[in-house]
Design a protein around this ligand. Structure first.
Ligand SMILES: [Zn+2]
Length: 432
C-alpha cells in the first residue's frame, strides 16, 4: 500500500496527567513523542485529530457499570470515602488515584475508539494512538497501570464490520486483559510476545494458554526469556505472524507497540533496539490490512518518544534523519541527540536458538489446528459505538420506522451487552 492514509490521534492535554511521584508510568512521554513527530514534519503527511473522549457508556461495553462508576467518582480529595473499594477494584498502588484520572481514561480510550470508527468507515488505512494500548485493564478492575481497556473497546467496534480481528502485542508484558476478554471466541486472535517466568508481571501467557471453547487455538502466546535481541526476536516474530496471517486471514489488525521491550527500559529486561522494534511494525504493516496502532508500556521516556516517532515514520513510509530535530525537550535526548542511540545491554540474551525453535514449532502446530478461517454471517450493522454519533436527538414527533429500530438492535450472540450479557459472568470473558 504505497502512501497509506494515516490518521493520528493526539490530545494536547494527555501528557499533563501524573500518576504520582516516583511512579514509572509517565504520560509526558506522549508529549515528547508528539514534539518529535512535529519537529520531523511528520504531521504534514497524515491527518491529525484531537480525539473524541469516550463516555461511560462506551467504556461499559466491556467494563462493569459499578467499576466505571467508581473510576468516574473517585479522586485524591474524596479517596477516604472509597477505601473499602480500592482493593475491590485493585486501585491504590500500581494503579493510583490521581487528579484527572477519569479524564485521562476518556482521552486515551476515545482516541482508540475513534481510530476504530475511522478504519470501519474507510476514512484511513492506518490509525495511530500512542496514548492507548493499556492492555492489562480487566472487566472489573484496574491492573498494571491500566484502568480502562481501550484495546478491547476498539476491537469491539471493529467487530461490527470485521469478521476476524487480529491483535498483536509486542509490549514486554503479556497482553492479559485483551486475551481474557476474547478467550472464548474465534472472532479475535490474540498473539502476544512477552517475557515469561521468574514471576514477571502479570504471570500469565505461557505457551499452553491457547484459548477455550470456540476460542480454542485463537490465543497465541510466545513466552520469551530475558535479554532477547533484534535477531532472536525476528527469528520468531516473522514466521509466527506470517503463519497467523495465512491461517487466520484477519480482516483488520490491532498492534500494541509497548516500548518497554526496548533495551535500557526502566522496568523491562529485553534488548530490542528502536530499529528492531520498528521492524515488527513495518512487517505487520506490509500485510496491507486496516491497522490500528497503539502505544502501551515504556518507562524510559526519551526512548519511548524516539521509538514511537520512528514507528510513525515507518507507517508513513517516510525516511527520517538519525539526527534529532531541535525541540523544546532537547535536554532529554543528550548526549547523542540521535533517533537510534546505541542501546546498552543490561542483560545477556538467554533465548537460545533451540529454545526459540521449540516455541515456534509448538505455536505453528497449534495454528494448524485451526479449522478453515471462520466465516461470520454479518447481520445488520449496529450504529457506531461512539456516543458522538448518537448525540443528535431524534425528533420526538417523528416515529422511528421499524427498520430504524431494527438497525439499532445488536444481535445478542455477537455483542457484549452490559448487564444482560450472556458471557461467563464472573470471569470477564466476552462472548462475541
Ligand atoms: Zn508493559
Amino acid at each position: 500500500m504505497p502512501n497509506p492514509t494515516v490518521a493520528y490521534f493526539y490530545d494536547p492535554d494527555v501528557g499533563n496527567f501524573h500518576y504520582g511521584p516516583g511512579h514509572p508510568m509517565k504520560p509526558q512521554r506522549i508529549t515528547l513523542t508528539h514534539s518529535l513527530v512535529l519537529h520531523y514534519g511528520l504531521h504534514d503527511k497524515m491527518k491529525v485529530y484531537r480525539p473524541y473522549q469516550a463516555t461511560e457508556r462506551d467504556m461499559c461495553r466491556f467494563h462493569s457499570d459499578d467499576y466505571i462508576q467508581f473510576l468516574s467518582s473517585v479522586s485524591p480529595q474524596n479517596v477516604q470515602e472509597y477505601t473499602k473499594f480500592l482493593s475491590v477494584y485493585n486501585v491504590g498502588e500500581d494503579c493510583p488515584v490521581f487528579d484527572g484520572l477519569f479524564d485521562f481514561c476518556k482521552m486515551y480510550t476515545g482516541a482508540s475508539l475513534e481510530g476504530a470508527v475511522k478504519l470501519n468507515n474507510n476514512q484511513c488505512d492506518i490509525a495511530v494512538n500512542w496514548s492507548g494500548g493499556l492492555h492489562h485493564a480487566k472487566k472489573y478492575e484496574a491492573s498494571g497501570f491500566c484502568y480502562v481497556n481501550d484495546i478491547v473497546i476498539a476491537i469491539l467496534e471493529l467487530l461490527k464490520y470485521h469478521p476476524r480481528v487480529l491483535y498483536i502485542d509486542i509490549d514486554i508484558h503479556h497482553g492479559d486483559g485483551v486475551q481474557e476478554a476474547f478467550y472464548l471466541t474465534d472472532r479475535v486472535m490474540c498473539v502476544s510476545f512477552h517475557k515469561y517466568g521468574q514471576l514477571f508481571f502479570p504471570g500469565t501467557g505461557d505457551m499452553y494458554e491457547v484459548g477455550a471453547e470456540s476460542g480454542r487455538y485463537y490465543s497465541v502466546n510466545v513466552p520469551l526469556l530475558t535479554g532477547i535481541d533484534d535477531a532472536s526476536y525476528m527469528q520468531i516474530f516473522k514466521p509466527i505472524i506470517s503463519n497467523v496471517m495465512e491461517y487466520y486471514k484477519p480482516t483488520a489488525v490491532v498492534l500494541q507497540c509497548g516500548a518497554d521491550s526496548l533495551g535500557s527500559d526502566r522496568l523491562g529486561c529485553f534488548n530490542l533496539s528502536i530499529k528492531g522494534h520498528g521492524e515488527c511494525v513495518e512487517y505487520v504493516k506490509s500485510f496491507n490490512l486496516p491497522l490500528l496502532v497503539l502505544g502501551g508500556g515504556g518507562y524510559t521516556k526519551r526512548n519511548v518518544a524516539r521509538c514511537w516517532t520512528y514507528e510513525t515514520a515507518v507507517l508513513l513510509d517516510e525516511q527520517i534523519s538519525n539526527e534529532l530535530p531541535f525541540n523544546e525537550y532537547w535536554k532529554y535526548f543528550g548526549p547523542d541527540f540521535s533517533l537510534n542511540p546505541e542501546i546498552f545491554t543490561k542483560q545477556d540474551n538467554q533465548n537460545t536458538r533451540q529454545y526459540l525453535d521449540n516455541i515456534k514449532v509448538t505455536v505453528l502446530e497449534n495454528l494448524k489446528m485451526l479449522a478453515a478461517a471462520p466465516s461470520v454471517q454479518m447481520q445488520d450493522i449496529p450504529s457506531d459505538l461512539l456516543s458522538l454519533e448518537n448525540t443528535e436527538e431524534p425528533d420526538p414527533d417523528v416515529r422511528n420506522s421499524v427498520e430504524d429500530i431494527d438497525k439499532r438492535i445488536e444481535p445478542s450472540n455477537e455483542f457484549y451487552d452490559g448487564d444482560k450479557d450472556n458471557d461467563k459472568e464472573n470471569e470477564g470473558f466476552l462472548d462475541v
